[in-house]
Design a binder for this molecule. Structure first.
Ligand code: FAD
Length: 341
């Protein structure tokens, strides 16, 4: 049995961000990750807003030094002519997003967590929640038990803690699977093309993510349709890097993202399909919010219930704002999904 101030499950962007902030505030943090890094995950295209979060987490310089591709907006073909939608203009020039392969981003964040004093256990699979009668107070893993007054679940779409606690979820779409893949080679059209294109079934996203490296994602609005597994025509001549994969991106939000002894962050708390390229931003932000909530709960334990409620409200508001935005965009699709409400 090992005691910490915070136990964090999952070392994706949500878990790493939560771990860094908690450790920077002097908390004893253990971060439990089942996978060995580097590991493949989709989510390379990052919005300009991520830059501020990377600065706060202390990895902005490392990201800058790595020289990842940057873009000033997206190409959109949504029924009419293809048009470029720029992010906007800041004081120092156009706002720019990033194309950061996830293995690189996750490794940078994890290194920063270690530098900040986080104890990382990897590979270490979390198996069972430990509860005293009133609250979540730790987890059992393959290696050991880890106990703490606060547990942050950042286990991604496996939503580990909510399954353990049998928490309720609210779904806002039929089951949706995004198919995605990677390709290498030379693709002059994709040199300038980072964007989304509507098709009769849904949409297709393509991006250049590095030197001769490309990513595609396709989403069908019709769950029963299986034809979206094939790469888009523009990448047909490239060499596929591994098989196409599928991921569950059903729109959903956990009805209890905080409770006695726990906070849930990132995809473990709420998911929308990746049309908005917001998942990593949301994961970083919610990991940081969960860390702030833990820090607040430690300094004013008599306010813990209201801190939990505020966190839940924040999750709901973010999810509903993004969901409404997504509905607006999908209503203008040339073949809008019938399940929109
Ligand atoms: C096809 C596709 C394309 C996408 N494209 C983009 C994009 O372009 N831009 C963008 O911002 N977002 C994108 N996203 C969304 C993005 O991938 C996610 O929102 C983001 O990865 C969520 O981060 P996270 O930290 O919550 O979870 P994850 O990154 O999934 O991390 C969770 C971690 O928890 C670990 N874990 C799980 N269970 C356990 C356990 N029991 N014990 C220990 N460890 C555990 C996992 O191994 C994993 O490392 C895309 C998603 C998909 C499916």
């Amino acid at each position: 049995m090992i005691d910490h101030d915070v136990v964090i499950i999952g070392a994706g962007p949500a878990g790493a961000a939560a771990a860094i902030l908690c450790a920077q505030r002097g908390l004893r943090v253990v971060l439990l990750e089942q996978a060995v890094f580097p590991r493949k995950r989709p989510g390379e295209t990052l919005q300009p807003g991520v830059e501020l979060l990377l600065q706060q987490l202390g990895v902005a310089d490392a990201v800058q030094a790595a020289g990842f591709l940057r873009h000033t907006g997206h190409w959109v073909q949504w029924g009419g002519a293809r048009q470029f939608i720029a992010f906007g203009q800041g004081a120092t020039g156009p706002d720019r997003g990033f194309q950061i392969p996830r293995d690189a981003l996750d490794s940078l964040l994890l290194s920063r967590a270690v530098e900040s004093g986080v104890r990382v256990m990897q590979p270490c699979r979390v198996l069972k929640v430990i509860r005293d009668p009133r609250r979540v107070c730790g987890v059992q893993t393959q290696q050991d038990d880890f106990t703490a007054p606060h547990v942050i679940d950042a286990s991604g779409t496996s939503s580990w803690l909510s399954r353990q606690l049998q928490l309720r979820w609210r779904r806002f779409s039929p089951p949706l699977i995004a198919h995605y893949g990677y390709a290498t080679g030379v693709c002059p059209e994709a040199e300038i093309f980072c964007g989304i294109e509507a098709d009769p079934l849904g949409w297709c996203w393509t991006a250049k993510i590095g030197e001769h490296r490309y990513h595609w994602t396709r989403l069908s609005f019709f769950p029963e349709n299986k034809t979206q597994v094939i790469p888009p025509a523009v990448f047909k001549h490239l060499t596929a890097s591994g098989p196409a994969r599928g991921a569950d991106v059903t729109w959903r939000v956990c009805q209890q993202a905080a409770g006695d002894g726990f906070f849930i962050a990132g995809d473990a708390a709420f998911v929308l399909d990746p049309a908005g390229s917001q998942g990593v931003l949301k994961a970083l932000m919610s990991g940081m919010m969960a860390a702030h909530a833990v820090i607040q709960a430690r300094s004013t334990p008599w306010h813990e219930l209201s801190i939990q409620q505020q966190y839940q409200q924040w999750v709901n508001e973010w999810f509903n704002r993004d969901r409404r935005k997504m509905c607006e965009i999908y209503r203008t699709h040339p073949f809008p999904p019938t399940w929109l409400f």
